[in-house]
Design a protein around this ligand. Structure first.
Ligand code: G6P
Length: 489
């Protein structure tokens, strides 16, 4: 089948994403230390085997001198990575500004930043220009490294202008674009001043992918309503040229989690955590500290649960891992203080001299510590206000082989469409409902827990990151073949 072909051919793939899957720290004038970092997108693509992939992206650091740049290029080459150098001003306008202050909130139905609407409107044009310039810089690096036969896979909202830049340079290049966030209803999307430019650029790709069918449908209706193009079951048609649009739900490398849980060091960690929280049920949240994750809402729901269930106060603990992210964007700074204030208030209210109800950590955990934490958790709380997919829910399920804990999951996460039958689905805005769901989860019979877990576990272990990537890449190849056939006929 398709996968077999892909394996034998060793498809060459250029993966282009804003951020490279490494964190780079400068050790000297010409030396760098690199660490592979794992985020949503990163852990998904780490699972891809049998494809000869290279990464192109920003290393997340500002390197203005040539010696440093050359050294970084060399160090990254060993990890199959190629850097795009962005200066501070571009990062400010493109990454902090247009990507994370405009597109990100809009795509998650949060609208433009609340307090600064007018300033955002005024800065819009210069930020959009920086966005286009940055996308062209990514395109230049792709063009330098592209060889005939390569497939170029562009990722996410940072690079919506990239397909057009690439196709203008070389119309034969096979270009795919995948969005890791939701694509919102066209009623929200059409408020964006640059709505048409971005749609037209994305349509220059041969294949456009989303996590869910709903996001794909929203995209097609944006194209029909805003550009007046024709939507077909296969995608969007513009003057006889078809851009394929489809849903490709991402997964995780579940084997990697299973293997980790078998390591003696992780087992020891599990034992320690079990002792540390003996006599209490463990509830867990793991999120980037982002407004889309609904962390304040989750904590308020937990407070309500404690309020209404006084007998549970010394029998349950909430561990919230909140990984700092995009800390130069004011909205994120505000969120951090808001969360700290709520956690402090609740711990003051329900804490005792020996214990507090919420352990809140402003940092990430290493992979093994995270696996151990997932494994000892009784109830995981994923309460995103909107989320493209949400792989924390998948990772939790993958680590629950023996415990068979409960997943409380927002109906506004893409994952609700795949794990909905096993999870308790909630509207994260409804704190009363979430508090009731916490109670339900904590009191659930083992039969119900096992049944729900079985459903989710089967899904997570059979819909992996590798399947996702292989399906997208082989479909991208097929799409091109079809397009060529059509012109020959
Ligand atoms: C989301 C986005 C990714 C992004 C990640 C981390 O998952 O879809 O593209 O890399 O967040 O955010 P950051 O701004 O730190 O790259």
């Amino acid at each position: 089948g398709k996968r077999g072909t892909l394996r034998n051919m060793k498809q060459r793939l250029l993966v282009v994403a804003n951020r490279l899957p490494v964190s780079a720290v400068r050790r000297g004038e010409d030396s760098w230390s690199l660490e592979i970092s794992a985020g949503g997108l990163v852990s998904a693509l780490l699972g891809v085997k049998d494809v000869d992939a290279k990464w192109i992206g920003w290393a997340g650091v500002n390197v203005s001198d040539e010696v440093g740049q050359r050294a970084l290029v060399r160090a990254l080459a060993e990890k199959r990575c190629i850097p795009v150098f962005l200066d501070e001003e571009i990062v400010h306008q493109y990454y902090n500004g247009y990507c994370n202050n405009i597109l990100w909130p809009l795509f998650h139905y949060l609208g433009l930043p609340q307090e600064d609407r007018l300033a955002t409107t005024r800065n819009f044009e210069s930020q959009f220009n920086a966005y286009k310039r940055a996308n062209q810089m990514f395109a230049d690096v792709v063009n330098q490294h592209y060889q005939e036969g390569d497939v170029v896979w562009c990722h996410d909202y940072h690079l919506m202008f990239l397909p057009k830049c690439l196709k203008e340079h070389n119309s034969k290049m096979k270009v795919g674009w995948f969005l890791h966030t939701p694509f919102p209803s066209s009623e929200i999307y059409r408020t964006l001043p640059s709505r048409s430019d971005l749609l037209r650029s994305v349509l220059a790709a041969d294949l456009v992918g989303f996590h869910t069918y709903d996001y794909a449908r929203h995209f097609v209706s944006a194209c029909t309503r805003i550009l007046g193009l024709e939507g077909t079951p296969e995608g969007v048609e513009d003057q006889g040229r078809l851009t394929r649009v489809a849903a490709f739900p991402i997964g995780i490398d579940s084997e990697r989690f299973k293997r980790a849980l078998d390591l003696p060091a992780v087992k020891k960690h599990v034992q320690e955590l079990t002792q540390r929280f003996a006599g209490r049920k463990v509830m867990l949240g793991v999120d980037r500290l982002d407004m889309i994750k609904g962390i304040p809402q989750k904590i308020l729901a937990f407070e309500k649960f404690l309020e209404e269930n006084s007998d549970w106060r010394d029998k349950v603990v909430l561990l919230q891992i909140a990984v700092p992210t995009r800390t130069d964007v004011p909205e994120y700074q505000k969120l951090t203080s808001q969360v700290h204030e709520i956690v402090g208030r609740i711990n003051g209210r329900f804490g005792t001299l020996s214990a507090v109800p919420i352990h809140h950590l402003d940092r990430s955990l290493d992979f093994h510590a995270l696996c151990a934490l997932y494994a000892v958790t009784d109830v995981a709380l994923v309460t995103s206000l909107r989320d493209g997919m949400n792989l924390v829910s998948y990772e939790f399920v993958a680590c629950q082989g023996s415990k068979k804990g409960v997943l409380i999951l927002s109906e506004f996460a893409g994952a609700a469409q795949s794990l909905g039958a096993g999870a308790i689905l909630v509207n994260p805005w409804n704190i009363t409902e979430v508090a009731k769901s916490i109670e339900h989860a904590l009191k659930m019979t083992s039969e119900e827990r096992e049944k729900r877990h079985r459903h989710n576990y089967a899904h997570v272990t059979t819909h992996t990151a590798q399947d996702w990537a292989e399906t997208f890449v082989s479909e991208l190849n097929d799409t091109i073949v079809e397009a060529q056939l059509r012109t020959r006929q």
